[in-house]
Design a protein around this ligand. Structure first.
Ligand SMILES: NC(=O)c1ccc[n+]([C@@H]2O[C@H](COP(=O)([O-])OP(=O)(O)OC[C@H]3O[C@@H](n4cnc5c(N)ncnc54)[C@H](OP(=O)(O)O)[C@@H]3O)[C@@H](O)[C@H]2O)c1
Length: 263
């Protein structure tokens, strides 16, 4: 079976980097036109839109702070006006900072909640009316193995991903009658800039401060497949969940983690 997304329009938040970038490209390679949202790395988002156009699909890049509902509204409005609607949305933008409980400031706590959870809520609330107009849709949220496990010095982040898994289940029930599927992808450790803080932290734990590769090597030991994740591992799950092949899957948290969560 070949998965195709021809005639679909997808919106991807946090597409200027990492998993979002790979997912946007993979969605385009499967045939979708894509609205890519970037924020502080807007040149990367513009370059991604060009790469999608070079592959023969339509694309638009929009700068937005996803913690603001008016800016998320503008992203989706641009997708509708430029690309004709929304069939698929991947609410992916996120931040991760390590801090022990006493070092978790109000700012760190609130930034995690607004960037990782509230933005997904804003995205869902804005894309769902567009999906209802189409009579169907695929909403994919980005969760994490940290949404299923407690991790030291990561309470703020863990809470946001637990919330994403809960939001996925709650929305899936509400939206199922509208033929809108809501699922989360829950990546294991995927090598992206987001994780530099974790690799640094693990390097310190390993007694090798400053040696990021040593930090990664410690993490690899926790993965039955013997490697960390690649952005392509997550992108292919996003394409699958966006496709007709996943029509009977809703309310699920799909772990893509090399066996980590099976232990
Ligand atoms: N990497 C992993 O191991 C892993 C594991 C599980 C889950 N995840 C989740 O995967 C998602 C993507 O992470 P990644 O690893 O690909 O990290 P990344 O490479 O650092 O990408 C993060 C993306 O989020 C965007 N972003 C951050 N704050 C934003 C804001 N206020 N407004 C708009 N966009 C904002 C960034 O845009 P700019 O750079 O343009 O500002 C960037 O495109 C996150 O939700 C993360 O929690 C990652």
């Amino acid at each position: 079976m070949q998965i195709r997304l021809d005639d679909c329009v997808a919106v991807v938040t946090g597409a200027s980097s990492g998993i979002g970038r790979a997912a946007a490209l993979a969605l385009a390679e499967a045939g979708a036109d894509v609205c890519v949202q970037g924020y502080s790395h807007m040149a990367d988002a513009e370059a991604l839109a060009q790469a999608i156009v070079d592959r023969g699909r339509r694309a638009v890049a929009v700068k937005a702070d996803v913690t603001r509902s008016d800016e998320v509204d503008r992203v989706v409005r641009t997708a509708v006006e430029t690309l004709g609607g929304v069939d698929v949305a991947f609410a992916n933008a996120g931040v991760f900072q390590m801090a022990a409980l006493e070092e978790t400031t109000d700012e760190i706590w609130n930034r995690h909640l607004t960037t990782n959870v509230t933005s997904a809520f804003f995205t869902a609330r804005r894309v769902v009316p567009e999906m209802k107009k189409r009579g169907r849709g695929k909403l994919i949220l980005n969760g994490s193995i940290f949404g299923a496990y407690g991790v030291p010095s990561a309470a703020a982040y863990c809470v946001t991903k637990m919330a994403i898994h809960g939001l996925t289940r709650a929305l899936s029930i509400e939206l199922a009658p509208h033929h809108i599927n809501v699922n989360a992808v829950a990546p294991g450790n995927v090598v992206t800039p987001l994780n530099d803080v974790l690799y640094d932290y693990m390097a310190v734990q390993a007694g090798r401060p400053g040696d990021r590769d040593a930090g990664k090597a410690v993490l690899v030991k926790a993965y039955p497949r013997g490697r960390l994740g690649d952005v392509a591992d997550i992108a292919s799950m996003v394409v699958y969940l966006a496709s007709d092949a996943a029509d009977f899957i809703t309310g699920q948290v799909m772990f893509v983690d090399g066996g980590y969560s099976a232990q």
